[in-house]
Design a protein around this ligand. Structure first.
Ligand code: F3S
Ligand code: F3S
Length: 113
């Protein structure tokens, strides 16, 4: 799978969303998250991100490696404000903004200017 790391937090450019052929990039409050089971590894999202937040899982820089599990947690865990995990909705567009974040993203220092 491809993974979105901390450079996306509070930036949320969303150029990646337009490129994804399977609509597997989901929007939370402060970041976007790639669904690890729905992503088909096409790689179209990676070059369009203006802040280089997206990496193939094997290419994640060391400091971004926690985001591999963290992107998965957005779907597998019951996050604040949710009654149950998101699971595998099969497409992000119908959901719009999912009004929550993983604990890792929620506690990240704000990085908007
Ligand atoms: Fe975030 Fe980059 Fe996509 S900032 S929303 S990963 S284009
Ligand atoms: Fe979509 Fe990027 Fe995966 S474009 S299919 S999230 S590699």
């Amino acid at each position: 799978t491809y993974v979105i790391g901390s450079p996306c937090i509070d930036v949320k450019d969303r150029a990646c969303v337009e490129e994804c052929p399977v609509d597997c990039i989901y929007e939370g409050n402060r970041s976007l998250y790639i669904h690890p089971d729905e992503c088909v590894d096409c790689g179209a999202c990676e070059p369009v991100c203006p802040v280089e937040a997206i990496y193939y899982e094997d290419d994640l820089p060391g400091e971004l490696q926690p985001f591999l599990a963290d992107n998965a947690a957005f779907f597998e865990d019951t996050l604040p404000g949710q009654a149950e995990p998101l699971g595998s909705p099969g497409g992000a567009a119908p959901l719009g903004v999912v009004p929550t974040d993983t604990p890792l993203v929620a506690q990240w220092p704000r990085q908007d200017a």
